[in-house]
Design a protein around this ligand. Structure first.
Ligand code: ADP
Length: 162
């Protein structure tokens, strides 16, 4: 069975992430989406909120598993015995960071390989941070995220008084 992990903050999941998820799910028998807690980022949504939105947004794709994870990706790979990591590439500027991370993960766990999938053109400019920014000013994010995410984000922003 060919298995892969797609890790990310997903704060929140966007149509760009879903694009990569669909591509990866068709290449692998099982795709584990790992919603991770990144210590260097302070997310808008909690790990639980992000995980449940990823689950809701991907419920129609059969060979998907969604987990929340706090820790090193190399440890997660070893725990799950899944040594293929999927990352999405948008623009050239993503490459530096992704290249460094792929090599670091391989240093931490020799068996790990990272597979990069290219997003479709219409999603190439899309980022969770842009979605958060637009939503915080009550802008229209309907073409960037699934409806379930749009609603959850509006509620969250109302709740925190944004
Ligand atoms: P992280 O904090 O790990 O970068 P993100 O949720 O921002 O988490 O991104 C997770 C992965 O999804 C990364 O590989 C990122 O490059 C990719 N990604 C984010 N937005 C898009 C998009 N619009 N198209 C394709 N890939 C994307």
């Amino acid at each position: 069975m060919r298995r892969a992990i797609y890790p990310g903050s997903f704060d929140p999941i966007t149509n760009g992430h879903i694009d990569i998820i669909q591509r990866a799910a068709s290449l692998f028998d099982e795709l584990t989406i790992a919603v991770v807690q990144n210590k260097s980022k302070s997310p808008l949504l909690t790990l639980e909120e992000r995980t449940s939105l990823v689950t809701a947004a991907t419920e129609k794709i059969p060979n998907i598993r969604v987990i929340g994870y706090e820790g090193l990706l190399a440890d997660l790979a070893q725990e799950q015995e899944i040594y293929t990591i999927i990352r999405g590439l948008r623009v050239l500027t993503d490459f530096d960071f992704e290249f460094q991370m792929a090599l670091t993960n391989r240093r931490l766990c020799q068996k790990v390989d990272t597979v990069f999938l290219m997003t479709s053109e219409e999603n190439s400019y899309l980022s969770s941070s842009a979605v958060r920014e637009i939503a915080s000013y009550n802008g229209d994010i309907s073409s960037f995220v699934p409806t379930v995410v749009q609603k959850a984000l509006a509620q969250k922003i109302k709740k925190i008084g944004g």
